[in-house]
Ligand binder design. Structure first.
Ligand code: SF4
Ligand code: SF4
Ligand code: SF4
Length: 236
């Protein structure tokens, strides 16, 4: 139940329409950027860039490829970041949609607690206010019956949004089609998250934290194994 995204990465052209639409709807300022030798811009997520189209130039499927990964909070079904806070009002887990929403109370949490407990390395702290930010599923729009801004803006059909059962069905259908061309294709953590990516190649070709159990070990109070155990078990 609740809502989910289905993101078909085989259709993404890295036009960045979704990244711009997210900034516009959330009224987030542009960031000063520098050329760091990639088309990806800016270089990382931040409190001002909560959606980022990542670029990877890598060998995948036997040839050099450019892979695109529009990244956002996955709205985990059992969000480990909601489970670690001093103040329960810091993170709201909305029952109707499943959206995981951060509030201004996050400013009072210990530095980087939320980020260290996210298996996808999503939350970012505003250096001036201490408030921790990430995608909130455009919950204001969704409650009003509209699509999230990034989904509305996507011209290629990469971004889809709707009832979770419909999105899971669409994801399985597309996976079966895409596998004919890309035998390594897979859905990324579909049972654990509400942003379900269809990747044509193994997740580490796109980005180290695309999948929760990718090999990279992230510093933090919990080991990756503990995080995974949390992802798979309901919050008390
Ligand atoms: Fe929290 Fe990270 Fe899951 Fe988003 S992806 S709900 S920030 S644990
Ligand atoms: Fe940004 Fe809204 Fe899309 Fe989240 S759902 S990435 S807040 S546009
Ligand atoms: Fe990819 Fe759609 Fe975003 Fe363009 S708008 S970068 S096609 S997800």
């Amino acid at each position: 139940s609740g809502k989910s995204f289905f993101v078909d990465l085989t259709l993404c052209t890295a036009c960045r329409g979704c990244q711009v639409a997210c900034k516009q709807w959330k009224k987030l300022p542009a960031e000063k950027t520098v050329n760091w030798g990639s088309y990806q811009n800016p270089r990382d997520l931040s409190s001002k860039t909560i959606r980022l189209v990542r670029f990877a130039e890598t060998e995948a499927g036997g040839m050099l490829r450019w892979l695109f990964f529009p990244e956002q909070c996955r709205h985990c079904v059992y969000p480990p970041c909601a489970d670690v806070n001093e103040n329960p009002a810091s993170v709201i887990h909305d029952e109707a949609t499943g959206a995981v929403v951060y509030t201004d109370h996050t400013a009072k949490e210990k530095a980087d607690t939320l980020r260290n407990n996210c298996p996808y390395d999503i939350p970012r702290t505003d250096p001036d206010t201490g408030v921790v930010s990430k995608c909130d599923m455009c919950i204001d729009r969704v409650r009003a019956g509209m699509l999230p801004a990034c989904v509305k803006a996507c011209p290629t059909g990469t971004m889809n949004f709707g009832d979770r059962s419909e999105m899971l069905e669409l994801a399985e259908k597309r996976l079966a089609e895409v596998k004919k061309q890309y035998p390594e294709a897979m859905l990324i953590d579909p049972d654990m998250v509400r942003v379900i990516y269809l990747a044509a190649f193994p997740p580490e070709s796109y980005y180290e934290y695309m999948e929760a159990d990718a090999s990279g070990v992230k510093p933090g109070p919990l080991t990756r194994k503990q995080l995974l155990a949390k992802l798979g078990s309901p919050i008390k």
